[in-house]
Design a protein around this ligand. Structure first.
Ligand code: IMP
Length: 424
């Protein structure tokens, strides 16, 4: 296998950091192709927690080259901070192991301010991460995005930044009543950050093409998840990028199809931010899952909403994401519960549905549950074996989704993984 994509099969936070780290150690190149520092990919190495936001998780693999493709929205301030944090944590990060597309879209202070103002004063509260992701992608679609290449040329920077601010200044002054930095101040700050970024800037599209032609093993690291996809997700409570395969083609470049598309899936479901959530548990079981699973956002610290596994949504994610196998994470957390259920179908407008569809009103579905034996012998996973209750849960999921479960994760440490399928 030469090309591999890792895609969130739920609403993000499925444990992509750890699984990407596992595969990255077997790959030559790790590529981020969409999203930005709204992501928070957590990896625990020897008891030490490392969180990446914008930088590919491959940065923790010394021999791998990390690439940030042009579909990413890059906040240069956040990059500088992450660079400092990773360096302080002893992670080597340099132009030798990280390349950033010259064509990346830049998140400015104006995007962050607008995101924050809409969340606090707008008519609809989407529960965004407040990182300016949506407004930056709006500018990309509106064809006025500031690109990394613009930061490297003072004249271009000021001309393009003026376009970015043009209509927003009316919103800041007259709609939201928020102060915003002057063009001169923001331009000067971005110019300095551009100098910091300059050694990393590259034509990553051509580089990737060449690496693939040279048969390098390439991993595409998705951020967020299918249910947050701009088209396939639970609109409008979604992020602003294509979180599935379309995002790879649009935001990095790939010849042909990936050899494997691994969907990342928690053994239960979580969601952060607003929007419908059919299997949400608002009782003590939900609280227990949150506490046992440490279900608090790696980026914003917000408490995540927790619920049972939702198979109609996962069947949909398999279709929408072209998933070829699943990695099932956080089995140890589910093992802490004395009871176990999973949603196998929905009742929707008097009909029984096995699979969701784009635009389905999830607020109106009634989940149909199946009761399963709890995973109380999951401790045996540490010994590398497959305890009967876990084997039963895995078989149940495979039967419903019709794709194999290839990897199990049962704790935050790198070592707490069990491979059921040989990928490399
Ligand atoms: P935005 O991406 O900041 O615009 O947020 C839009 C929605 O996506 C909100 O519901 C966020 O909570 C959610 N979201 C964005 N990034 C992540 C992530 O990495 N994990 C989980 N949820 C996310």
């Amino acid at each position: 296998m030469k090309t591999l994509a890792i895609i969130g099969a739920q609403w993000g936070d499925e444990g992509k950091g750890k699984v990407t780290d596992f595969f990255a150690s077997r790959c030559d190149v790790v590529v981020r192709f969409q999203g930005g520092n709204n992501a928070g990919h957590t990896i625990v190495v020897d008891g030490r927690k490392i969180v990446t936001h914008l930088v590919p998780s491959g940065i923790l693999t010394p021999h791998a080259l990390s690439i940030i493709g042009h579909g990413v929205v890059l906040d240069p301030r956040s990059f500088a901070q992450e660079h400092a944090d990773l360096t302080a944590a002893g992670v080597s990060i340099s132009p030798a192991n990280l390349k950033i597309s010259l064509h990346c879209n830049i998140i400015t202070s104006y995007h962050r301010l607008l995101d924050g103002a809409r969340e606090t004063q707008g008519a609809v509260k989407l529960g965004t991460t407040g990182r300016g992701i949506g407004p930056a992608y709006e500018d990309r679609a509106a064809r006025r995005s500031l690109k990394l290449a613009d930061l490297l040329d003072e004249k271009r920077l000021h001309a393009q930044l003026a376009q970015v601010l043009d209509e927003k200044q009316i919103l800041f002054a007259q709609r939201y009543h928020v102060d915003y930095p002057s063009l001169q101040d923001e331009g000067a700050a971005l110019l300095a950050l551009g100098e910091f970024l300059r050694p990393y800037a590259a034509d990553t599209f051509s580089l990737l093409h060449e690496l693939q032609s040279r048969q390098r093993k390439i991993l595409f690291e998705g951020a967020q998840g299918i249910l947050l996809d701009i088209d396939y997700g639970t609109y409008p409570f979604v992020t602003s990028s294509s979180t599935g395969l379309a995002g790879i083609y649009a935001g990095a470049g790939l010849q042909g199809a990936p050899d494997e598309v691994i969907g990342l899936c928690k053994a239960y479901t979580t969601r952060v931010g607003s929007g419908p959530f059919p299997t949400e548990l608002t009782d003590d079981t939900g609280t227990t899952l949150r506490e046992l699973g440490g279900e608090y956002g790696a980026t914003t610290g917000r408490a995540r909403r927790c619920g049972w596994l939702d198979l109609p949504l996962l069947r949909y994610a398999v279709r929408a994401g072209n998933l070829t196998s699943l990695a099932l994470t956080k089995l140890d957390v589910l093992a802490g519960l004395p009871a176990l259920q999973a949603c196998v179908a929905y009742e929707y407008d008097g009909q029984r549905l096995d699979v969701a569809f784009p635009g389905m009103d999830l607020a109106r579905v009634r989940p149909v549950y199946e009761v399963l034996p709890p995973l109380q012998d999951a401790a045996g996973l540490g010994a590398g074996s497959l305890p009967p209750s876990v084997a039963n849960y895995v078989a149940f999921i495979e039967r419903h989704l019709q794709i194999p479960v290839g990897l199990l994760s049962f704790g935050p440490e790198r070592s707490q993984l069990l491979q059921l399928r040989q990928y490399f």
